[in-house]
Design a protein. Structure first.
Ligand code: PLP
Length: 398
């Protein structure tokens, strides 16, 4: 343990089991620890550092805005938030925006908006259908929305109004819809739940059902949005348009910011019905403007699609070589491999020893969510380290 880790053990609440690395610096897809060791980062702050660490475009935007105006009450107009709203609206199918500070807060906003819509247009319907293995955040309501017992059980009783059903099953949603339902909330690909990719026509079927019943489709694109799966927004690959969409993670490439977006007809909040002190602050919005412009102007989504295919091919090759890899899944740079047994922790530790950061998304699965600016040679380097780790693992098991 270094001195920082000792102090952490003394002062912190025990909410996270950390890996024994104290990071002090980052650049691109690399980070360095307190003793100067370099790591290749395929975690990217949990799918956050879209432009990698300390991209000059981002640091310049932060520095410039920090010298002008950092925070102002939302009772006043500020320029970066209007610029960001215009950028997001013009490049998506949504028409109105509300800014906040995280994914959970964006989803809370989506929930409130859907309930408001239910009161106004659906005779008070308030229930939201969500799915098993989803992840929508850590606030109490989002824990209720999140279909995973390990996040829910410690906090029961949970807020009412969420029905968790099987993912990738239109029948499950159909049988859960009632006159109390105001919306269905889904991730286009489940991230934290293990990188679960639904059937290609799943979202289309859900969209059609929502239209038939007159209820809203909320897409949680906190993880899939901003280029992560090879399109600016995930929904663009599935031939559907959501009524409400939430963003966070990659939007600020490390600067905390979230967004709740909606079609005009669903944007029913009236003044005073929702708000956030820090939401839409000029500093975070200026950072996000720089990030979103960079992503669009440099066709990052198109590059991600190709890099994702390249990375996937490398992982599939390894699946051939190592029988304990049972599945490779994901899209773009949201990828995972699954093992036949719960070896995720040992593999993550072995990668760390060889200076590769990967995420154990389930006891038997690793997730790869590198910065979107990762290069082919960095992917090769990462695959090379994984191969060494798997080879050693195979030998030791024999
Ligand atoms: N929604 C999805 C799909 C996520 O992946 C996450 C975080 O992993 C969240 C919501 C919660 O975001 P935050 O941790 O910023 O509150």
């Amino acid at each position: 343990m270094d001195k920082w880790q000792e102090l952490e053990a003394k002062y912190f609440m025990r909410t996270v089991k950390r890996l024994r690395v104290t990071l002090v610096r980052g650049r691109g897809c690399r980070v360095w620890d307190a003793s100067g060791r370099e790591y290749l980062d395929f975690v990217g702050g949990w799918a956050v550092n879209s432009l990698g660490h300390c991209h000059p475009v981002l640091t310049r935007a932060i520095r410039d805005q920090a010298g002008k105006l950092i925070q102002a009450s939302n009772q006043y107009y500020t320029v970066p938030q209007v610029e960001l709203a215009e950028l997001l609206v013009k490049n998506s199918c949504l028409e109105r925006v509300f800014f906040c500070n995280s994914g959970a807060e964006a989803n809370e906003g989506a929930t409130k908006l859907a309930r408001r819509y239910g009161k106004l247009h659906l005779k008070g319907a308030y229930e939201i259908i969500t799915t098993h293995s989803s992840f929508h955040g850590r606030t109490l309501a989002m824990v209720a929305a999140t279909g995973q017992h390990k996040f829910q059980d410690p906090y029961i009783p949970l807020p009412d109004g969420f029905v968790n059903v099987e993912y990738n099953s239109i029948e499950a949603i159909k049988s859960a819809v009632s006159d109390k339902t105001c919306a269905v909330m889904l991730e286009p690909i489940q991230g934290e739940g293990g990188v679960n990719v639904p059937a290609d026509d799943y979202l289309k079927k859900v969209r059609a059902l929502c239209d038939e019943k007159g209820i809203l489709l909320i897409l949680d694109e906190v993880q899939t949005g901003l280029g992560r799966i090879g399109s600016l927004f995930g929904y663009q690959q599935y031939g559907v348009e959501p009524d409400i969409m939430t963003l966070a993670k990659g939007l600020g490439s490390g600067v905390p910011i979230g967004a709740l977006m909606a079609k005009e007809r669903a944007a029913v909040f009236q003044p005073g019905e929702h708000g956030s002190t820090f939401g839409g602050n000029p500093l975070a919005c200026a950072a996000a403007v720089a990030v979103v412009k960079y992503i669009i102007e440099n066709d990052i989504p198109g590059k991600v699609m190709k890099l994702g295919e390249y990375f996937t091919a490398g992982l599939l090759q390894m699946k051939q070589e190592f029988p304990f890899i049972t599945q490779v899944r994901g899209r773009g740079l949201l990828l995972a491999i699954e093992f036949s047994t719960d070896i995720g922790e040992q593999i993550t530790d072995a990668c760390l020893e060889r200076r590769l950061l990967v995420n154990r998304v389930k006891p038997n699965a690793l997730r790869f969510i590198p910065p979107l600016i990762v290069t082919k040679s960095e992917i090769d380097e990462g695959l090379g380290i994984l191969r060494e780790v798997f080879k050693k693992w195979q030998v030791e098991r024999k």
